[in-house]
Design a protein around this ligand. Structure first.
Ligand SMILES: Nc1ncnc2c1ncn2[C@@H]1O[C@H](COP(=O)(O)OP(=O)(O)OP(=O)(O)O)[C@@H](O)[C@H]1O
Length: 249
């Protein structure tokens, strides 16, 4: 059974459709990267799928009660600032609702490389460390599905790769992960599937190698990229902006 099923989901803001009839599902074992330029509708899609903003169409998660939804899916929003001066370990354990499982909390802290900060007030950490605490909190919720809005933003390269590997491991355990990303290289190497958005619409959906073509990168992102196969997987390196009307040679 799908972990998330979205049918013809649309979000209207004033006269504009910022999400235009999106349909897709996420199955156990999938690590889905949601990519697209600024304003393409990635956050809108994730928020509408969760039922956090008014939408037309159907989402299996949005139909659930808040309590049932918290058991079905963890949500990592884009805003990362922590306002509560509680310890890191306490903040991460708050994710666990009524069930308390210290092993899950320790596993989440370990996965996000936070054990040395466990007793420190979460407000006394750097921006990237706070971002990792919030990812750990989402992991400790121990749900079949994780939705994350730009989880690697603000992380150093080692922790970006570590986070992507953690999400890939969750998918390999049979969970589902869907996350918006701007780093096409990380998306190409770690995700099992990419959904590409442009101007509120899903314009491509498939395996990274099938989706990340020179033509799509030019049309959707207006960039020229170096694409190459390496022993580590597909490498995507943006090289230049494509300026409309400019000569390329
Ligand atoms: N609260 C809002 N009110 C009106 N329009 C909004 C609001 N939030 C977002 N939008 C518009 O909806 C569109 C989609 O925004 P969204 O945040 O989903 O894009 P995104 O793909 O997540 O972008 P980014 O990569 O910049 O985070 C944009 O045109 C944006 O200006």
């Amino acid at each position: 059974m799908s972990l998330l099923s979205v049918q013809n989901l649309s979000v209207r803001r004033g006269a504009r459709l910022t999400l235009d009839r999106a349909s897709f599902s996420v199955e156990p074992g999938e690590f889905v990267g949601l990519i697209g330029p600024n304003g393409a509708g990635k956050s809108t899609l994730l928020r509408a799928a969760l039922g956090l903003i008014p939408a037309e169409g159907d989402s299996s998660l949005a139909r659930l009660s808040p309590a049932a939804r918290a058991k079905a899916a963890a949500w990592l929003p884009q805003a990362r600032e922590i306002a509560w001066p509680v310890s890191v370990v306490h903040l991460v354990s708050l994710a666990q609702n009524e069930r308390q499982d210290a092993t899950e909390v320790i596993a989440a802290l370990t996965r996000m490389d936070l054990m040395t900060y466990a007793e420190r007030p979460a407000t006394r950490l750097s921006g990237g460390e706070q971002a990792r605490v919030l990812i750990a909190r989402a992991l400790a919720q121990d749900t079949p599905l994780l939705l994350a809005d730009e989880p690697t933003a603000g992380l150093d390269p080692a922790h970006q790769i570590g986070t992507m590997q953690t999400f890939a491991a969750l998918a390999a355990e049979g969970r589902g992960v869907i996350t918006s990303l701007h780093d096409l290289g990380l998306a190409a190497r770690h995700c099992t599937r990419l959904i590409v958005m442009s101007e509120g619409r899903i314009v491509a959906d498939g395996a990274p190698r099938a989706v990340l073509t020179e033509a799509l990168l030019a049309e959707v992102f207006a960039i020229r990229c170096h694409l190459s196969e390496t022993p580590e997987g597909l490498v995507v390196q943006p090289l230049a902006q494509i300026v409309p009307g400019a000569q390329h040679g």
